[in-house]
Ligand binder design. Sequence first.
Ligand code: SF4
Length: 348
Amino acid sequence: MAEKFFQAASAKPAEAASDVLVRLDNVRKHFPLQSGFIASLLSGGHTPAVKAVDGISFVIKKGEVFGLAGESGSGKSTVGRLVLRLYEPTSGKIFFDGIDICKLPEEQMRRLRARMQLVFQDPLASLNPRMTIGQAIQHPVSIHLSHLSQEEQREKVLHILEAVGMIPPESYFELFPHQISGGQRQRVVLARALVTGPELVVADEPIAMADVSVRALLLDLMMQLKEKLDLTYLFITHDLATAKYVCDRIAIMYLGKMCEIGPLNEVYQHSAHPYTRALLEAVPVPDPRRRRTEPMPAGEIPSAINPPPGCRFHPRCPLAQANCAVDEPPLREIRPGHFVACHYAEKV
Ligand code: SF4
């Protein structure tokens, strides 16, 4: 039954000539704050806004797992929602398969959403406790594939339940979210995202809430489904150990800006931004005899309402020079496909 689903879901229209599925050009997302004395003070008297994403550009190629990593507050989850146009950008352009989605009327955007889906971090919070598993998965089918009969919609739900390892699928159809395990709930959330046959899945910390014992199984399942369903993932995580396991390329974000982008092995083996270095140093080492030489950078991530001038990382950077507090470093290519925003990348 699962194979039938895979074949049907992979039968997509002929691809455009480009191998790029998603493109962001200089995208900003500023969330205005309610004006008040403290907000005004923090923003230096200007209209206060949280600069969650502040001028980022990157592409996601068809069929790749593109990782987006950074600490909490870096803006990575906001990027995920911008890609799906769940947030409107403050400025900049976002393309999906060559289509400028910011200009699409709502009705066309609604149809395009069948080709892009979001997997949330917390499966319990994202599933309606009053809907059965079957109803939850059938809901997007009834919206995006409304031409199908009730029987065909049910068949589709059963196929995808089987595809995510909920076997036999009929036995899960009438259960409620609280009647299955946490790992099974995450499979249901995956099934709900994949049932309409999307090309892009934005996975926002997809295993962060799962029990440690099932995390590797869920990642394996996601990678198997990627191959069988010809998916592209935007994989958002704070955990570089997890990213290493699944990503083809990775981008590191800090306070709404891109620090470093490149092929995964290149960035991990030749990281050239002090922030990336610090994140990599924070990855747990299985061998207790090995000691870390560099700790995480000192201090908290600064306010995104009034971010530091110049390089945003300069207040925490162990290599900062005087010009770092004044001149913003551009993202520049230091090796083929490897981009870094640091004035002193060659010295890192
Ligand atoms: Fe550190 Fe300066 Fe590079 Fe920013 S530009 S990461 S402050 S060395």
